[in-house]
Design a protein around this ligand. Structure first.
Ligand SMILES: Cc1cc2nc3c(=O)[nH]c(=O)nc-3n(C[C@H](O)[C@H](O)[C@H](O)COP(=O)(O)OP(=O)(O)OC[C@H]3O[C@@H](n4cnc5c(N)ncnc54)[C@H](O)[C@@H]3O)c2cc1C
Length: 596
């Protein structure tokens, strides 16, 4: 059975030693009183909840899955899930970074995000139930009416109710313009929704008193395509004016999907049978409103994969120190034993260090991005809000796709470290691989994230957002360029920055001739940008480690070793990615459709 130790030391390193989050947060009026001790204490307790309550339920959830009772159309979650959720609610965990106006604790989002890394590492399937509530909360805060806020936000904040996002239909996944669910206006201002949704995570369950579905649907006479989509809030149990539960609404679970991983999470087919709902925001502007939830969820999916990368690494590292096979090529390292532990073998180390470099680089980027999100939301300086929003928009598809692609690589490597035992269920490693796979698909596949990055976030504004990130790199390179000890990190970072600028211009020029050039280059391009961002953060982490390693704390020596591994063994992947991105659309588009 896998174990999990919350990586509190590394979270503290990133937050306090590298990014100086407390000083940054103190500049935001609502966090003027924040201090490091509070952040650390909350995360320490959060780590206990994750590792002691949720982690033991991870294999249980995988083995049992969810069960739908077709007679009642109620879903029973795996043993222990409901009790853990009650404990989570009683502990006040759902409200960490929610607004005190709705009963929240008003802590910065970085605290909640790091808490979610630990929840996901412990049990991704369970974490999706409360995780989706945060997105629903954000969408209602941004676009809900005063009445919707009054009725729903308090209970979403406390966790007594959970949220979902209902976009997908059988004929409509990536292309939401194809959706057919209808919403008919009623005389009293409400709407009756009819249609079928599929693949709805946490769409039905027994963990909370009510489920608040955010549903995309079409009004009569709305334009076709994505311009005719509106957003509705549809509760499982109708909510009376005084906030108490009314009668059962016409929104039902028609079936549960049998799937590769995250068995403990109910992936529901949802039938809307004249379900009563209310419009969120303006008619036909539903997609924009839903994007608030989708952006939150995209960062959330990144955290799922970060958690899986960390937990897979921890278990593979422990196994590699214990498992004895063969002798080291450079002579016995444990001569008193029958063989050396496999951690002596270079390739085993490569697999472990790959996972570790992705976990630690990802953690730095997660905190970096969420700190920007806190500034975007809470700064009283308009320029800071705008710059932060631009960087969050740029980094969101990278967090979603780069983290999840890396977790797929990392969990697979960590399984490999276990050899045959990794493939056997008892080790728990194969569950991490299966669970990690969905993260590359939902919330917009990673291809769609790449198109979002290259098309919408970079080319559409002539690289203005990218230049803002480039400025951070340029400033750092200039500052550290004179530091002899930093050359091994600063030089490859600066070189890659220049290559990304050139590549972006080249793709932009080609795109004028054929838009397919964007589609052909986007996936490689996102991966190159992911490495650029990681290289920047790894260089910043290396700088701190270099300054502190003389003190003798092994943490800093280890950090430097992983930084050097990252620059020597992972970053060079960008050279081949740039070549394949430059190869253009021709090799993909030449083959006639009939020949596939
Ligand atoms: C376990 C699970 C949970 C989910 N949870 C939810 C949920 O809570 N709420 C919800 O609404 N949905 C949910 N989904 C649905 C999920 O978001 C979709 O599966 C996903 O968006 C992809 O849509 P699709 O499956 O229809 O694939 P399609 O859109 O049919 O895509 C098929 C393939 O074509 C590619 N493709 C499509 N268009 C393009 C393009 N323009 N350029 C290049 N490639 C393209 C895609 O990248 C993909 O590889 C969930 C799915 C699963 C499996």
């Amino acid at each position: 059975m896998p174990s999990y130790t919350p990586p509190l030391r590394d979270i503290q390193f990133v937050m306090h030693e590298v990014l100086g989050v407390v000083d940054e947060l103190k500049k935001l009026p609502r966090y003027a009183d924040i201090d490091a001790d509070t952040i650390d204490a909350v995360l320490e307790e959060g780590g206990k909840f994750a590792s002691q309550v949720l982690a033991p339920l991870n294999a249980v959830g995988d083995a049992e899955g969810c069960k739908l009772d077709m007679a009642t159309q109620e879903v029973k979650t795996p043993t222990g899930f409901k009790a853990a959720y009650q404990q989570y609610v009683e502990g006040g965990w759902p409200s960490l970074s929610c607004d005190p106006a709705f009963g929240g604790q008003g802590l910065p989002h970085i605290v909640n995000q790091s808490f979610y890394e630990m929840l996901n590492a412990s049990n991704q399937a369970w974490t999706m139930y409360p995780g989706l509530s945060h997105g629903a909360y954000e969408a209602l805060v941004a676009h809900g009416s005063a009445e919707q806020k009054r009725l729903y936000l308090g209970k979403l904040t406390s966790g007594h109710w959970t949220g979902t996002m209902c976009l997908t239909e059988p004929q409509c996944g990536t292309d939401l313009g194809l959706l057919r669910t209808k919403a008919a206006p009623q005389a009293d201002g409400s709407y009756l929704l009819a249609g079928n949704k599929i693949f709805i995570s946490a769409g039905e369950h027994d963990m909370a008193e009510n489920i608040i579905h955010l549903v995309l649907a079409r009004l009569p006479d709305s334009p076709s395509g994505s311009k005719g989509i509106s957003l509705f809030v549809v509760p499982k149990w109708k909510v009376k004016a005084d906030g108490s539960l009314g009668e059962r609404n016409g929104i039902w679970c028609g079936g549960l999907e049998h799937k590769m991983g995250i068995h403990g999470n109910a992936t529901a087919q949802i039938v809307l049978d004249n379900a009563e709902g209310s419009l969120v925001g303006e008619p036909n502007k539903g997609l924009a409103a839903m994007f608030v939830m989708m952006n939150a969820a995209r960062l959330g999916v990144g955290m799922q994969s970060l958690g899986l990368t960390e937990v897979a690494y921890q278990n593979a590292a422990a196994y590699a120190k214990d498992r004895l096979q063969m002798r080291s090529l450079s002579g016995a390292k444990a001569p008193d034993k029958a063989a050396d532990p496999i951690v002596v073998h270079p390739d085993v180390r490569k697999m472990l260090l790959t996972a570790r470099a992705y976990a630690e680089g990802g953690r730095a980027l997660a905190v970096f991005t969420t700190l920007l999100l806190d500034k975007e939301i809470a700064s009283d300086d308009e320029t800071v809000r705008k710059d932060s929003a631009d960087l969050v928009a740029l980094l969101t598809p990278i967090v979603k796709a780069f983290f999840t692609d890396n977790a797929w690589i990392a969990t697979s490597h960590c399984l490999q470290v276990f050899g045959g035992y990794g493939y056997i269920r008892e080790s728990g490693m194969e569950q991490f691989v299966r669970d990690a796979r969905i993260n590359m698909i939902y919330e917009g596949t990673n291809t769609i994230q790449s198109l979002d990055l290259l098309g919408r976030k970079v080319l559409s504004d002539n690289g203005a957002r990218l230049k803002k990130f480039g400025k951070l790199i340029a400033d750092f390179v200039e500052e550290e360029g004179v530091n002899e000890n930093m050359q091994e990190f600063v030089n490859p970072l600066a070189e890659l920055g220049e290559k990304v600028t050139k590549l972006t211009t080249e793709i932009g020029m080609k795109a004028f001739k054929s838009p397919d050039e964007v589609g052909a280059a986007a996936v490689d391009y996102l991966r190159v940008c992911g490495h650029l961002v990681y290289a920047y953060l790894w260089a910043r982490m290396a700088k701190v480690a270099l300054e502190k390693e003389a003190g003798g704390d092994a943490f800093y020596a280890a950090k430097l070793a992983v930084a050097r591994f990252y620059f020597a063994k992972l970053l060079p992947e960008t050279a081949s990615l740039i070549r394949t991105a430059r190869a253009g659309a021709g090799p993909m588009m030449a083959l006639d459709v009939a020949m596939f």
